[in-house]
Design a protein. Structure first.
Lengths: 460, 430
């Protein structure tokens, strides 16, 4: 055995972690009510921008699930004076990346561009957001691509597990019960007029925040943005839909994937709203359970048992109460023992308090993530856009870190008892039914509800 | 503005050290490259370089498992590693006062890993890696192609003949003796380069690097391998079945190695042919003719030889023969008439802009410095790198693409195996 010098034998002292350093922000509002947040950062000669609209798939009309996403993805298929291909070519000429998409609660246009081309790229972005062409011809083409990709989603076991989890947890008719990109049967009846109508209603300056982070000229920025976005007209935004209660959860739901070498496991239960004061403590609780590499779930299922490449968990915090999800892709043969370990670990964290060492580590891990997230232009734009989506103040990262420091082991246990009841969660599995059903039943689980890859219940 | 400022020095034991300063956030990134990849594996031990990367987190003499990950997360940092054909890298990022700990952890495993690794630890990571293979390739649509392409494109005596993830049989065969031999041969200061980037003082940083790495013995660096020539004796056709809805065609040609003449031209050719919505294949096959759901092209540049790839997924009802015919037309048109000035300019702008965007993240800058050091023995590689794109013109791009596709190729077809979930199979409720 090699001899190591004395100074190698113990970890060096680390000392106090540096306090969170948050960037200073410039805030102003354009004449049409568009809120602007700008953060100067000169490390790289680029600007990252995010135009966040406060309406997403939760605003999809019943029967037209997927409309927010379909609309967003159509916006750059021809805008202002440019055809679809001209938009793509001009962005490439500028070296700009522009994406438009929808999430559960918001729709978003993101842009990343070398600083010297910022104004020209913003002009295209403004056309895309404000003046999309949305022609019948472009719509027909893109809709066909989308329907094909919805069919292809059935090939992807992780995506199938996501569809099934949301449908199981929230239920049909809940604003979060359908996949953001919709289902074949809800997208196929859509017509271009649906997208035009949705865009007219939702894509409005009074429903949006524009965040820019990077190397820009702060002195001229208000005038540059007024030129690009000043012609955008505000309009009253329709009220959002009411939120139905969580449905009663089935215990075991399955999609059969004959011959699959792995099973995708999701254990799902109700979560919390984004603005919940419990979010920092729930974040710490989750970091200990499954939200970090050395978390209990990953250490047990990956490092000790070798069942998976990675096991984890997360809370999804949204405008309406979201989800708790524990997840892993495991060897088919160990599906049932893996499910048993998930349930055991979830039960354990509510039955006994976490250790002070675990809590200290969780605080440091989350502080490190916030700090690193604020160390790039892209990360800053994404984080601040998300804050404004939920109406949160810009000092929220500092408040989050301060609240983490206050959260104690008793509070975490109280939250675990309220939010993490393994007996009341649904177990969702996408895998080889012929191999995994009996061992799962032998755990004492009931017969599974068996669904197809879109989450529709199959007849027995 | 585009250069990443740095200072470089070499320790007496051969470790190359590169410092980069960035005071914008109280963070430090440590980025350590070993000049060893799956190309250095022995026959019957494919996947070993990557398995070894996993073992590097299984504890060292003074930081027993699971200290590495646990210490990093306890102080607000995180870490990982990646393995390619050509190199293995390890990185940490965290608050600036974790720098000394990161250096201690990296040095301890470089000095002692083979002494402490056990059969049990190897067995556990073997299972993790086998799950990674299933998750990333076997249970992913079209994922098997990535396992087949190296086998089809390179002869058995070429170090790129197998995928980095390796085969299950070879992973099963690996033992602790292999770990020791691999460690002895490749994990030495003179076969590595260390970048430290971020909010730290260079003089203090140098003292720390000397303290933790300086005592490790000097050993001669291994010779780099010289591969046999990469030629394909005639076109190859392979058909795979997979659990997919739509068939996909992949075409692969041998192309010039990373940084050899033609490599950058082929990057631009790939961007013009298949880089997004402004590309020719997208315009023709997806947008206008509606034959394809997606189309892509890329030059996968590697040190011992590159591959030029084209891939197209057929629309429902379209055959791969129709797709292949349409792709051939586009390739022949490109090879005969070449791209326009405007196309080359757009592709070049896009490439240069990608470089500027990559400077946003501290860890990526550290990785770029190590990339150039790995290739040139000099971290100051950006001008040399980007000048290739600035010098490219329609004639050079046309010529390199024409020369590439004149070589024999692999046509790999993935076709549905018939088990993919059909549309609306007996739904109970709409």
């Amino acid at each position: 055995m090699i001899e190591t010098p004395a100074h190698m034998r113990a970890q060096p002292a680390v000392g106090m972690l540096p306090p969170l350093r948050t960037p200073s922000t410039i805030q102003f509002t354009l004449g049409n009510g568009l809120e602007v947040v700008a953060i100067a950062r000169t490390v790289a000669p680029i600007v990252s921008a995010s135009l966040m609209l406060r309406s997403g798939a939760d605003s999809d009309p019943p029967g037209r699930e997927g409309l927010a996403s379909s609309t967003a993805e159509m916006l750059d298929e021809g805008a202002g004076t440019r055809t679809a291909l001209e938009v793509a070519e001009e962005l490439e000429q500028l070296g700009a990346d522009l994406y438009v998409g929808a999430g559960r609660d918001g729709s978003q246009l993101t842009l990343q561009v070398p600083s010297k081309e910022l104004e020209r790229a913003l002009a295209i972005a403004a056309d895309v957001a404000i003046r999309p062409r949305l022609t019948d011809e472009d719509w027909a083409r893109v809709q066909h691509d989308r329907l094909t990709s919805l069919a292809q989603r059935r090939d992807q076991p992780e995506a199938v597990a996501n569809v099934l989890s949301d449908r199981t947890l929230f239920g049909v008719g809940h604003p979060y019960g359908h996949p953001v990109d919709g289902l074949e049967r809800t997208v196929s009846p859509m017509v271009a007029a649906d997208a035009r109508g949705f865009h007219q209603q939702i894509w409005r300056p009074n429903n949006a925040t524009l965040v820019l982070a990077g190397d820009f000229d702060a002195a001229t920025l208000p005038a540059v943005l007024e030129r690009a976005f000043g012609g955008w007209e505000p309009r009253a935004i329709p009220a959002s839909r009411p939120t139905p209660p969580f449905p009663a959860l089935p215990r075991l739901v399955m999609v059969d994937r004959p011959g699959a070498p792995q099973s995708i496991i999701r254990i799902v239960g109700p979560g919390e709203i984004r603005t919940s004061p419990d979010r920092p403590a729930l974040g710490a609780l989750n970091a200990i359970l499954g939200g970090s590499f050395t978390s209990r779930l990953n250490f047990n299922l990956r490092e000790q048992k070798g069942y998976t490449y990675g096991a984890g968990s997360s809370f999804g915090f949204y405008r309406r109460a979201g989800s708790f999800t524990a997840r892993a892709a495991v060897f088919t043969e160990v599906t049932a023992p893996a499910v048993a370990e998930f349930l055991r670990e979830i039960a354990a964290i509510r039955e006994a308090p976490v250790t002070p060492t675990e809590l200290t580590k969780a605080r440091a891990t989350l502080l490190g993530r916030v700090a690193e997230g604020l160390s790039t232009s892209g990360g800053i734009a994404a984080q601040y856009a998300e804050l404004r989506l939920y109406g949160l103040p810009l000092d929220e990262p500092a408040r989050f870190v301060a609240a983490l420091e206050r959260a104690g082991v008793e509070e975490l246990q109280r939250l675990a008892q309220r939010h993490l009841d393994p007996d009341r969660m649904a177990i969702v599995v996408v895998g080889d039914r012929a191999v995994i059903e009996k061992p799962l039943r032998d755990l004492g689980l009931p017969a599974p509800l068996v669904c197809n890859a879109d989450g529709d219940l199959l007849r027995a | 503005m585009r250069k990443i400022p740095f200072e470089k020095f070499v320790l007496p034991n051969g470790l190359t050290v590169i410092f980069h300063e960035d005071r914008s956030s109280p963070l430090v990134a440590v980025n350590l490259w070993y000049h060893v990849g799956s190309k250095d594996e022995e026959p019957g031990r494919t996947g070993f370089a990557h398995l070894f990367e996993h073992l590097m987190f299984m504890g060292s003499k003074n930081a027993p498992y699971p200290s590495f990950d646990s210490i990093m997360e306890s102080w607000g940092g995180h870490n990982n590693g990646t393995t390619s054909n050509d190199r293995t890298n390890y990185y940490e990022i965290g608050p600036t006062n974790l720098l000394e700990t990161c250096l201690w952890l990296e040095a301890d495993r470089l000095a002692t890993l083979a002494d402490v690794i056990t059969e049990e630890e190897l067995e556990r990571q073997r299972k993790v890696v086998q799950n990674e293979r299933r998750q990333s390739y076997e249970n992913r649509p079209y994922g098997q192609s990535e396992l087949v392409i190296p086998d089809a494109m390179y002869t058995a005596d070429h170090p790129y003949h197998w995928p980095t993830i390796g085969s299950h049989a070879d992973l099963e065969a690996a033992g602790v003796a292999d770990v020791r031999a691999f460690f002895e041969r490749y994990y030495l200061p003179s076969n590595a380069s260390l970048v430290v980037a971020g909010d730290f003082d260079f003089a203090a940083g140098r003292a720390l690097v000397e303290k933790y790495f300086g005592w490790i013995a000097k050993r001669p660096a291994p010779a780099r391998r010289t591969p046999p020539p990469t030629v394909l004796d005639g076109n190859r056709e392979i058909t795979l079945t997979d659990r997919v809805q739509l068939p996909r065609l992949r075409l692969c040609w041998h192309s010039p190695p990373l940084f050899a003449r033609g490599d950058a031209d082929l990057d631009l050719a790939a961007q013009i042919l298949g880089g997004g919505k402004s590309s020719r294949l997208y315009k023709s096959l997806v947008f206008e003719r509606r034959l394809a759901q997606d189309a892509f092209a890329y030059q996968s540049s590697q040190m011992l030889g590159s591959l030029f790839h084209v891939g197209v997924t057929a629309k429902p009802g379209v055959t791969l023969e129709q797709v292949q015919k349409a792709v051939d037309e586009e390739l022949q048109l490109f090879a005969s008439k070449g791209p326009t000035d405007a196309e080359v300019e757009r592709a070049r702008n896009s490439h240069l802009a990608d470089y500027y965007k990559s400077l946003d993240h501290l860890q990526t800058r550290a990785d770029i410095l190590n990339h150039y050091e790995h290739l040139f023995g000099d971290p100051d590689g950006v001008d040399r790198d980007l000048a290739r794109y600035e010098a490219a013109n329609p004639s050079s791009v046309r010529g390199e693409l024409a020369a590439t596709i004149a070589r024999s190729h692999l046509a790999l077809r993935t076709v549905p195996d018939g088990t993919a979930a059909p549309t609306d199979a007996h739904p109970e409720a709409a």
